[in-house]
Every structure is written in C-alpha cells, then in structure tokens.
Design a protein around this ligand. Structure first.
Ligand SMILES: [Zn+2]
Ligand SMILES: [Zn+2]
Length: 275
C-alpha cells in the first residue's frame, strides 16, 4: 500500500539486510532493487544507493521483466566504482539467460544532477557505509517570472523574449531525500538533506542488542543517533526504514516511540512497506 508523504507518494519495501526497493511514481523513478516490485518495472530511471545484495539483488529481474513487457531498456544509475561490476554481472546473466537483457548502466557522481522527469532534479549525495554509497536528493524546478516582468501582459513578454531577454529564472524547491544505507554522519554532513521537507532514512538498529558504536562500525544508523540529533531534522515527514528484521513491527514502533523526543516523534513514521 502506498504511503503519502504530504503529497508525495512512496511505495515499496525496506527491511534491513533483507531487501530494499522504493517506488516514487510521481517522479517516475525507483530507488534500489533489493526485491522486484511490480510497479517499478515501469520505471525508466532506477537509482542505486550501493552494491549490497539487499539493494541490488533483483537488478537482473528488473532488466528481464522490462524485456518481457516490451519496454525499452531502463537506465540504472550507480555510485562511482559500481558500474564495471554491474556490467560484468549483466554479461554473465546474458550468457545464462540466452537473451539480450538490454540495460543502460551509468555512473553518477555525488553532486551531478539528473533530470529523470520534467520539473524534477535529482542530486546524489555521498553517504558513509561499508562500501561506496550515496543517497539521492529530489528537488522540483519551476520557472518563475523575473520581478521586472510581473504584471506585464503576454504581448510584452513575447516581445521581451524576442529581444533575447531572460524573462524567467529556474526556482528549486527541495522535495524529498532518500539516504540509503549510511551512518548518521552521512546525513549530518548534508544541510540540504536535513532541510528537506520529507526524509526517508535508514535506521537499522533500535536497542542495545546492537549499541550505537557497533551500529556505526556496521555502517548503519541507530535510533539513538537520531535522538541525539533530533533538533537538526527540519522535515515535516521523517520515514525510518531498513529496520533490522530482529525487531517485530510492533516492537520497532515501540522502541522508536521510546527513543525519540515527542516533537520529532510527531513527524516520524516507521515504515517497512508491503511484504
Ligand atoms: Zn541494506
Ligand atoms: Zn548496505
């Protein structure tokens, strides 16, 4: 069932170490392919956060399903260093499959901008995990009339354009940040992520069975890391996902509620997704 983040629809699934795949239908994009989710087969743009199997294990299935449905090859954006390995894997899959399995794999560097859909800009940001990893910041971009042209009629605007004048400026608004796997440092280092109105953030560990320092060693966020920096999150919607399967859903909700200050808890949801 899709989740509504103040007007942005998200569906999919994310359970720590098991599988992660988020579908963002409004942005015609999905993030990670740890499991194949039917709605994501239609996505031409796939953003991969890192190379762990729970985030990319269903890559070949996505490629094959698009072929079976007669869809053109999708573009799979990966962090630096992952492209060659994925090409190699795809080559082996093609040998085993006997089919063409067409796909475009592109490396995208942190800070490089992608435009998967009109009016949407996606920028990867470097995160900190056990392997090279990145999250993705989504922004909307609209054209805003320059102040000197506000109130002018369309004829005047057409004339100004014909004279070669710039009548609009692009305006960016942050929409959503998706962190993928990271320690809390991989979030705190990015003011734009902390300022995003909607944040989907991994929070794998929720109690002292794995404490904060062990969680950091494993390259993950502990709920106490979130509590320690609660004042920095400006979002109206904070979605905590990628929770370790050692916590049942009820227990996960209770541990998060107990750990977070009320003010942040009111803006926070724990989300695993559809099984
Ligand atoms: Zn993971
Ligand atoms: Zn990982």
């Amino acid at each position: 069932m899709a989740m509504d983040l103040s007007g942005v629809e998200v569906s999919g699934y994310s359970l720590g170490g098991f599988a992660s795949c988020l579908d963002l239908p409004g942005m015609k994009t999905c993030v990670d392919l740890g499991r194949l989710i039917d709605s994501t087969v239609a996505r031409n743009t796939v953003l991969i956060t890192h190379g762990h199997a729970d985030h990319i294990g269903s890559f070949a299935q996505h490629v094959a399903q698009r072929g079976l449905r007669g869809l053109p090859p999708a573009t799979y954006y990966v962090p630096p260093g992952l492209g060659e390995e994925l090409e190699e894997l795809l080559h082996l899959w093609r040998r085993m499959d006997g089919g063409a399995l067409p796909a475009t794999i592109r490396t995208v560097e942190p800070g490089e901008e992608l435009r998967p859909h009109a009016g949407v800009v996606v920028t990867p940001f470097r995160t900190r995990h056990r392997v090279v990893s990145q999250g993705y910041l989504f922004e909307t971009e609209t054209n805003k009339l320059r102040p000197e042209f506000v109130g002018q009629d369309s004829q005047a605007l057409v004339a100004a354009k014909a004279r070669g004048e710039t009548i609009v400026d692009p305006v960016r608004e942050p929409l959503l940040a998706v962190t993928g796997d990271t320690t809390i440092e991989g979030v705190l280092e990015h003011p734009k992520v902390l300022a995003a109105p909607r944040v989907i953030m991994e929070t794998t560990f929720l109690d002292d069975r794995i404490d904060q320092s062990e969680s950091k060693r494993k390259g993950h966020i502990h709920i106490k890391d979130v509590a320690d920096h609660a004042g920095l999150f400006q979002c109206q919607d904070l979605i905590l996902n990628h929770v370790s399967p050692r916590y049942g859903p009820d227990q996960a909700h209770r541990l998060v509620r107990e750990a977070l200050p009320l003010e942040l808890m009111e803006r926070t949801r724990v989300w695993i997704g559809d099984a």
